[in-house]
Design a protein around this ligand. Structure first.
Ligand code: KG4
Ligand code: ZN
Length: 337
């Protein structure tokens, strides 16, 4: 089967074609990072406008590259949330209209679930049950993945996500988006750890809180000169705080639930220092699973793959045009998108 994946939840226009025998045929992306850097953050209206402008171009490129026609597509899998409403609308409108015109079933997919499932696209995959740390621009959460479609959230951010802090501080340091990427680049030139706070790190909780760290750095920047060395020190210290918190919490989750197979997904999981620290956990008997960078950040292959799994696990398909499968877990209403 060929699955078409469509991702437009934030600022990446993603189209993928996934062959259930071969794997990813293409995973095309148009990123709006440059556009939103100018505004100091993601501008929802500008994001949706650019999805609209680019989505057919990206779709055509994907079809051309794989030499596939629309009639070769068996299932359309699209991101239905969480995300920016008007951005989601573009992908949804494309999926539903293609579904109606070409009579192809369409499947709405939860973005967080797709990040979790992205780890299963690789050659070496974790065995169930495993712990997944989802760390992206919009979410930071820990869950136990019991099987396809069966998740239990065991911890989540009470306020901002780790990615959000990277992005906001990057803009304050006059760097670019995605913040984490540019923060980690400049952090290499640091000569001093400023020992920024690490909220909740030593508390017996699997929840996260990053807003205090953000305020602390806001104040530090206000009261100190921003030369290159100081910027590098801020970047390094921020990266240290966030990565240490994430590692400590995934270790605690592993201990609490006695699960030694761990995965880390989402944009922040492409961070080299975090990956190094995660890899060190293999020395204490943990099995660690990462994605390659293209599957860490937002992409449509993870949407296509999750759609395929949902299709397989949903035996009773009545409505041919939409298979409405609700995720088995609720996203905390505190999550802002
Ligand atoms: O998963 P993602 O593409 O989008 C959401 O679902 O939100 O994650 C984007 C986040 C951004 O906050 C960005 O700063 C962060 O991933 N990110 C990184 C790195 N590359 C992207 N964070 C740390 N280190 C990186 N190398
Ligand atoms: Zn994402």
């Amino acid at each position: 089967m060929i699955i078409l994946g469509i991702e437009t939840s934030c600022d990446e226009t993603g189209i993928s074609l996934y062959d259930t025998k071969i794997g990813i045929l293409t995973n095309k992306l148009f990123s709006q990072n440059k556009i939103h850097t100018k505004y100091g953050g993601i501008m929802p209206e500008i994001a949706s406008k650019n999805h609209y402008k680019k989505i057919f171009i990206v779709l055509n490129k994907a079809l051309k590259k794989t030499k596939k026609k629309i009639k070769d597509i068996n299932i359309i899998s699209y991101c239905a949330g969480p995300g920016l409403p008007n951005s989601l609308l573009i992908g949804t409108a494309l999926a539903k209209s293609m579904s109606l015109i070409y009579k192809i079933p369409s499947i709405p997919i939860n973005h967080i679930e797709a990040h979790i499932m992205s780890i299963m696209i690789n050659k070496k995959v974790p065995k169930f049950p495993f712990i997944s740390l989802v760390t992206s621009g919009a979410h930071t959460l820990l869950c136990i993945v019991k099987n396809y479609g069966k998740y239990k959230i065991i911890g989540q951010s009470l306020d901002d996500s780790a990615g959000e802090i990277f992005d906001k501080i990057s803009i304050l340091l006059k760097l670019k988006l995605p913040g984490g990427k540019y923060i980690s680049k400049i952090a290499k030139y640091s000569n001093k750890n400023l020992n920024f706070p690490k909220p909740l790190i030593n508390k017996n909780t699997l929840n996260f809180s990053f807003s205090g760290l953000k305020t602390h750095i806001f104040n530090y920047i206000k009261n100190n000169k921003l030369n290159f060395k100081n910027k590098a020190n801020i970047a390094f210290s921020l990266q240290e705080s966030i990565t240490n918190i994430l590692i400590k919490k995934i270790k605690l989750a592993s201990k609490k639930y006695k699960i030694n197979t761990l995965s880390i997904v989402g944009g922040v999981s492409s961070n080299k220092i975090l990956r190094k620290k995660m890899f060190n956990l293999t020395k204490i008997n943990k099995k660690i699973f990462f994605n390659n960078k293209k599957l860490c950040t937002d992409n449509a292959a993870m949407i296509a793959y999750t759609g395929w799994k949902k299709y397989l696990f949903n035996k009773k398909i009545k409505n041919n045009f939409e298979i409405d499968i609700k995720p088995k877990w609720k996203i905390n209403e505190n999550f802002k998108n």
